[in-house]
Design a protein. Sequence first.
Length: 320
Amino acid sequence: MVLHEMTLTELGAGLAAKKFSSREIVDVLLARIEKADGKLHSFVEVYAKEAKDLADAADKARASGFPLPALHGLPVAYKDLCDIKGRVGTGGSKMWEKRIATETSATVERLTAAGMIPLGKLHMVEFAFGGWGTNPLMGAPWNPWDLKTHRTPGGSSSGTGDAVAARLTPAGIGSDTGGSVRIPCSFNGLVGLKVTFGRISLHGTMLLSWTLDSIGPMARSVEDCALLLTALAGPDPRDAAFVAGEAVDPDFADDLMGEGVPLEWHAHRKHESLAAPFTWPWSAERHVQVMRHSESGEGLAPTSRRATWGRTAHDLARPA
């Protein structure tokens, strides 16, 4: 499999097995960004030189033989409301296209501490206020599933949905107030998380609603989102909204059980306790059946545990 088609989990396994290097991953993605982003318009800014330097440093660290975090040496890109000190942070606004951030967001700090390599900042709806993904002044990203017609990638994390779906980055960071992770993931066939309020620190993040905002990972597999959430979650004394006193799961990937609740069962038992386990091995065919059941109006809206939804991203036709 070519590197840009691989998920974070697959890339991490390849690095551990010494099948390729972080520098090779970054070079492939930067070349793909240079080739495709002129049309897709995902990135506000690409950190090409810095990404190559960090990839070289990651490869040296891996060669030392010391244990490294699961995300070490893997690339990521950020919605342009996660500030990076000394870098432009627009918040999707033309008015702020030359604004220089004075601090680094907790999101970037945590993923940098985990060894991730930032590829750049991604376009978004102005001030994250809108679900369609349009931005008349900064430009709206182009949904990569149709390169003939300019279709919306969804918003407000439009650039993140666009870049991850187009394989310009294996994963990205979005934010969600009323759907801004969930909508672009739906429009682009991705996996995303609207996490519990306070689970991930909002320090250094441009806010739309401080009582509703949340940072959320966006990727092409459930496992990837679990890896990112593990690195991102945790209390932060700089953020008054963090979940005080709550034990944080040290490894969300351990919770992926490969089980779920079919809509038929959920609909028939909606007045009963859902505490009893119901094993449902994943299959793409089952996913289609469930979606048809929902669209027919016979069942509830799609509801599932973390391990159930999102794997269909592997089964969809690849973007051109």
